[in-house]
Write a protein that binds this ligand. Structure first.
Ligand code: 4NP
Length: 176
């Protein structure tokens, strides 16, 4: 078994968007029977929420859509994560600047991408920060994250030649 593909999702607080992205992506990986091939983490560029559970509104939205964030505890993105992860997917352009700022020798920029580059309907390529808004904003984040995580997994399956390892347990590869 080769080393797992190490993926980290990054937002600002690590209590709303990136925990959801991690849970949604993990769910799709598990549906495809590919969990041995991935290591999946999330973090925030800010330190305010370190150790906190996910935001109640994000947890409720996740739960309504069949995902659990109950085990999540927030952590902060660290410069060494740039070495330890193969792909870092950030939720907005401010996260992108903050993460690249930690890449002091400009060595790892190629690993860092906007998550919504994989969204078939990318809009402005950012997952909007729902923290100061209402429930609709959280549902919108769910919709964006769900379809983007789906496409991201398909792209990684192609990139890493994982097609032959898929054991269908759910949505990946299904038509219609
Ligand atoms: P997140 O949302 O980056 O998606 O986790 C936020 C959570 C907290 C704050 C901002 C955004 N905050 O300002 O505390």
């Amino acid at each position: 078994m080769p080393d797992p593909i190490r993926i980290q999702f990054v937002c600002l607080g690590n209590i709303c968007r990136s925990p959801l992205a991690k849970a949604a992506f993990r769910d799709k990986v598990e549906s495809a029977g590919l969990e041995e091939h991935f290591e999946i983490a999330s973090s925030g560029t800010g330190s305010w929420h370190i150790g906190d559970t996910a935001d109640d509104r994000m947890r409720a939205t996740a739960q309504r859509n069949g995902l659990s964030l109950e085990d999540h505890r927030a952590s902060q993105f660290e410069a060494e994560d740039l070495e330890q992860f193969d792909h870092i997917f950030v939720m907005d352009k401010s996260n992108l600047n903050d993460v690249l700022h930690l890449d002091e020798n400009d060595e790892h920029g190629g690993k860092v991408r906007l998550f919504r580059e994989f969204d078939p309907e990318p809009d402005d390529y950012q997952v909007p920060d729902p923290y100061h808004g209402g429930r609709k904003g959280f549902e919108n984040v769910y919709d964006i994250v769900d379809r983007t995580a789906d496409m991201l997994l398909h792209r990684l399956v192609d990139e890493y030649d994982l097609e032959e390892h898929i054991e269908e347990r759910g949505s990946v590869g299904e038509e219609g």
